[in-house]
Design a protein around this ligand. Structure first.
Ligand SMILES: [Zn+2]
Ligand SMILES: [Zn+2]
Length: 158
């Protein structure tokens, strides 16, 4: 995503997260996470720059689930502390990161995206993040219930 989208994603008046969240990434807050088998561990410094559910077909197929909850971080605040993240270019300029041993999906990065996306479920405390929106609902599966109190978008918000 580009930086403009990023701000929109993190900040509207009806955001579920406090306004100014994108400015909190330099706080002492810290999150750790890793893959299922433990071969890969990572650390995120600061508060998430965004948290949202993506229902796009690429995420569905890459993760093997109805949607993926992504948590954003500035690349400079994301460190792999153990092992290494394997990547697959799932569309031009889009790289999805995973554990090469157990296959856990871990990250998303793209040429048009300022921040790195991290799968919320790979955090040690997934409940610490609160998704603020649903995007790409044009590909919502009929068996996925949507929290309508979140901001909802058919595509990705401009
Ligand atoms: Zn693993
Ligand atoms: Zn997606």
């Amino acid at each position: 995503m580009n930086s403009e989208n990023n701000r929109e994603f993190a900040g509207g008046e009806t955001a579920g997260l406090p306004r100014g969240l994108e400015d909190m990434s330099d706080t002492p807050e810290q999150h750790e996470g890793g893959c299922f088998c433990g071969a890969v561990r990572y650390r995120v410094r600061g508060a998430p720059t965004y948290a949202g559910n993506c229902h796009c077909r690429d995420c569905q197929r890459a993760i093997g689930a109805g949607f993926v909850t992504w948590v954003g971080a500035k690349p400079e605040n994301f460190d792999v502390t153990k092992g290494e993240i394997a990547t697959c270019e799932t569309s031009p300029g889009v790289h999805r990161g995973f554990c090469g041993r157990c296959g856990s999906s871990l990250t998303f990065s793209g040429d048009n995206w300022t921040d790195i996306g991290i799968t919320a479920a790979s955090l040690d405390e997934p409940g610490a993040v609160k998704p603020e929106s649903n995007v790409y609902l044009d590909h919502q599966q009929p068996w996925v219930m949507i929290d309508k109190t979140l901001r909802c978008y058919e595509k990705f918000p401009d």
